[in-house]
Design a protein around this ligand. Sequence first.
Ligand SMILES: NC(=O)c1ccc[n+]([C@@H]2O[C@H](COP(=O)([O-])OP(=O)(O)OC[C@H]3O[C@@H](n4cnc5c(N)ncnc54)[C@H](O)[C@@H]3O)[C@@H](O)[C@H]2O)c1
Length: 434
Amino acid sequence: MKISIFGLGYVGVVTAACLARDGYDVIGVDVNPSKVTLVNNGKSPIVEPGLEDLLKQGVKAGSIQATTDAEAAILASNISLISVGTPPVEWGEPNLSYVFGVCQEIAVAIGRKAMRHVVVLRSTVPPGTLQKCQHLFEEVAGTNLVHTAFNPEFLRESTAIKDYDCPPYTIIGTKSGFAETTLRKIYANLEAPVLVTKPEVAEMVKFVANTWHAAKVSFANEIGRVAKAFGIDGQEVMNVIVQDKKLNISPVYMRPGFAYGGSCLPKDLGALLYFARKMDVPTPLINTIPITNVLQIDLAVQAVLRSKARRVAMLGLAFKPNTDDLRESPTVILVKRLLGEGCKVKIYDRAVYQARLIGNNLAYIEQNLPHFEALLVASPQEAVKDAEIVVATHNTNEFRQILDKASLNTQILDLAGVLNLEDSAHKLPKEIVA
Ligand SMILES: NC(=O)c1ccc[n+]([C@@H]2O[C@H](COP(=O)([O-])OP(=O)(O)OC[C@H]3O[C@@H](n4cnc5c(N)ncnc54)[C@H](O)[C@@H]3O)[C@@H](O)[C@H]2O)c1
């Protein structure tokens, strides 16, 4: 396999050096002749620990060369990696002109070469970009010999070689079996799991990963400010938080779904926000958490109203499955809003139905849904019978079976990710499904 790498920036040059070290013949391509000269002389165009040594070895062994001639690089290789820049334009949108410019050059060269070629997009791009590149290859090269994949890079500057060698995982976003097999071979020596996804999922994952990192930094900083106001060391607090790998640093609470609720999350978040306000500590990120939570309920109300259905079967009432706790359940608010809009609602929740509602729970529901007993039904069949829309708020096997069996004429609002969107014959309102 001979690999051409377009863009000899941080990603491209590190990848070139590591692939050459791993035994591949690499041709680096850049529009900047100074970078090309540096690489050809075994010198690094960026400051990165260990990189210059690898480049020197690669050039000496004849396994790395660089050029400004895109066509020559395509003709001499059978795999191309694209790692050109995608800098933001003023309003935040990424500038994809370098990506499409390179694709155009590759397409023209492949049109002449008329041989199977794998093109791997590694620049960070919005979902749907690889598909546009694929169309461009088919139109310009006039062939379907190009096999494409999106393969995001997770290296961090200053630890780039170590990160390249030990990534959290290798993501291959592709519809092409040939592109997948080729990438698996290239990365065979990396000790990382390989995840194969749809291209647009892989593209989105890279955006989300960096957004998540930024959110974590800002969250920790806000906690640090509040902790300081209490006279506590925020570092100490966060050191304890990150040691909980079951609930804190884990997949728990990390799936899109319905709003949070219950007797603890809204109360304790509210308390933290109260103390921050009282002590004059700005916490803009944490302040928006209740706002986005209410928005999730609003979107559900709007989705039901837009469906024009007025007879609603609500599957799940408590804030999560297998509990009768109705305090601060977002579904209670949802039902209340729908009743106010003139909907007829039947509610099925096995745990709530079986429970003897007592204490705070009873007081809460009596205050929020006084005629709640009349809405609650004993079986899912009773709830779904005559319903024009079924709303699922818990992700359970019981609800999955009910939704699977529901008539195709019944609309479904899946707030909990119960159904697989693609497998389901039902049309689901896209704005709100988990
Ligand atoms: N820097 C990082 O740590 C990092 C990590 C992961 C992903 N990424 C993503 O990877 C992409 C590249 O990032 P970078 O930091 O390496 O960028 P960079 O700006 O350092 O390098 C981009 C290179 O592409 C070259 N280039 C532009 N047009 C070209 C063309 N038509 N043909 C050949 N070369 C061309 C430029 O001259 C430049 O050398 C971006 O989308 C970025 O978001 C960056």
